[in-house]
Design a protein around this ligand. Structure first.
Ligand code: NAI
Ligand code: MG
Length: 491
């Protein structure tokens, strides 16, 4: 005891919480100067190119292909050949071998991928290292396990592959979204043409090296980079049997319109405006951690982010105070620094969108709070932001901001919480914080949301299906449900 007291006297609480820089080395990953499209197991020289940059420094990282209609056509052709010439007839256990290999190689090369993901996308290295990479590998392991058990997963229904899957993914979890899409497609015997988002193509391109290492037959997975025009060419291609899309509701709706009447299958995983609901009996400090994780994880570039916080009126003041104090400890800065909590905004365009929505919140009369933090001069940055005094009608309470911006609203009764939480065109996820198990179940039943977390937030697992209601899309990814979109049944 005396010993303890002496240490305390001699070690006063530090006044300054800055840490010495702890950057992860960039040397673990080699980025080529120029990438083509990966078609039929070969790198195909691009007709048209653009530069992909690091959002934290605006430094160009590589020249990549702006895929044309002809590139997409070649990729779909390669996928069609690979489907017909062996892959779709391979036994499930043989397909599983390739998926297990991919999973293991991703684990082995995790550090390399994590650094590249943070460099190209701006997310903190501790997230790419501890979340994106382990989960991406886990998805391949999980679906490898299903590949030879489809008959048991769907008894008496003769599951068969659908054919060529066109997959279009966003920039918030580039490699993880690739894994969510590619793993179930291959497990079911399909072949793939995948288009990464224009701002984050590099981990998908490095993944081609993993495919070669795993000796996956040529043409089973093809990767064509480029912007929305490349995506549109893939959607419109006659040789594609199924489209899987994750991205904005606006583009999702456009894709659905284009596919109407074509017979192509479609799953859409779109935006969200999730409610994170805190009752007065919850463990407040735990809830504060969940709120921070819910909206500042990955700079809020998360479709299921807890962007609307509903607090029971009696604890509003206390909770907001705790939350603001917690915000002052968040470290914003270099994505490659191991101590960084909040990294760079993914692109200049996204930063502009966040800024304009935040300005609308100020103009409409909400009260803004941002902790003091020095943002780097180069690159795209936005300080963690909390809005209080928010009305349900404000744009910041209605529209997906997709940035580190939280809107705090209040409620009095559970009924009111349900009413307000569901009052959105979206329905992807929700969070409930309370000590009462019965209330968790009561609330969960009433949430129009695909995922409901209780006393936690932003937890993901390959065994658990994920997807939306209403304008958040349809179809499920993950779990047994995630196999269905990639199968047809000969009943
Ligand atoms: P986006 O929906 O335009 O992009 C997503 C993917 O779709 C990218 O690969 C893009 O190249 C592709 N794409 C764009 N237009 C296409 C078209 N006509 N046909 C086929 N593919 C097309 O999203 P964007 O513009 O990057 O972000 C805008 C907003 O969308 C964000 O601020 C955010 O609110 C939301 N968003 C939501 C995501 C989610 O996971 N739910 C992911 C990305 C964005
Ligand atoms: Mg767009």
């Amino acid at each position: 005891m005396a010993e303890l007291e002496r240490t305390q006297r001699h070690a006063p609480a530090p006044k300054d919480w800055t840490y010495a820089p702890a950057p992860e080395s960039r040397d673990v990953v080699r980025i080529a100067e120029r990438y083509g499209n990966f078609i039929g197991g070969e790198w195909v020289e691009p007709r048209d190119t653009y530069a992909t940059v690091s959002p934290s420094s605006e430094e160009p990282l590589a020249t990549v292909a702006q895929g044309t209609e002809a590139d997409v056509d070649a990729a779909v052709g390669a996928a069609r050949d690979a489907f017909a010439n062996g892959w779709s007839e391979l036994s499930g256990s043989e397909r599983a071998k390739y998926l297990f290999r991919v999973a293991r190689i991703l684990q082995e090369r995790a550090r390399e991928f994590a650094v590249l993901e943070s460099l190209n996308g701006g997310k903190p290295i501790k997230e790419s290292r501890d979340v994106d990479l382990p989960l991406a590998a886990a998805h391949f392991f999980y679906y490898a396990g299903w590949a030879d058990k489809l008959e048991y997963a769907f008894p008496n229904r003769s599951p068969r592959p659908v054919g060529v899957a066109g997959q279009i993914i966003p920039w918030n979890f580039p490699l993880l979204m690739l894994a969510w899409k590619v793993a179930p497609a291959l497990a079911c015997g399909n072949t793939v043409v995948l288009k990464p988002a224009e701002t984050t193509p590099l981990t998908a391109l490095l993944f081609c090296d993993v495919l070669r290492q795993a000796e996956l037959p040529a043409g089973v997975v093809n990767i064509v980079t480029g912007d929305g025009r490349t995506g549109a060419a893939l959607v419109d291609h006659d040789g594609v049997d199924k489209i899987a899309f994750t991205g904005s509701t606006e583009v999702g709706k456009a894709i659905q319109r284009r596919l109407a009447g074509t017979g192509k299958r479609l799953t859409l995983e779109l935006g969200g405006k999730a409610a994170n609901i805190v009752f007065d009996d919850s463990a407040l400090d735990q809830a504060v951690e969940g709120i921070v994780n819910g909206i500042y994880f990955n700079q809020g570039h998360v479709c299921c982010a807890g962007s609307r916080l509903f607090v029971q009126e009696s604890i509003h003041e206390q909770l907001v105070e705790k939350l603001k104090r917690r915000l002052t400890t968040l470290r914003v800065g270099d994505p490659l620094d191991k101590n960084t909590d909040v990294g760079a905004i993914n692109s200049a365009m996204q930063l502009e969108k966040i800024r304009s929505l935040v300005q609308s919140g100020v103009d409409e009369g909400a009260e803004i709070y941002q902790p003091p933090c020095r943002l780097p001069e180069k690159g795209y940055w936005f300080a963690p932001t909390v809005f209080t005094n928010v009305a349900q009608s404000y744009r910041i309470a209605q529209e997906e901001i997709f940035g580190p911006v939280l809107s705090v609203l209040t409620f009095r009764t559970p009924d009111e919480a349900v009413e307000k939480a569901n009052n959105t065109p979206y329905g992807l996820s929700a969070g409930i914080w309370t000590e009462k198990g019965s209330r968790i179940l009561w609330m969960a039943q009433r949430m129009r949301a695909g995922v409901v977390w209780a006393n936690t937030f932003n937890r993901f697992d390959p065994t658990s299906p994920f997807g939306g209601y209403k304008e958040s899309g349809f179809g499920r990814e993950g779990g047994l449900h995630g196999l269905e979109p990639y199968l047809r049944f000969e009943e």
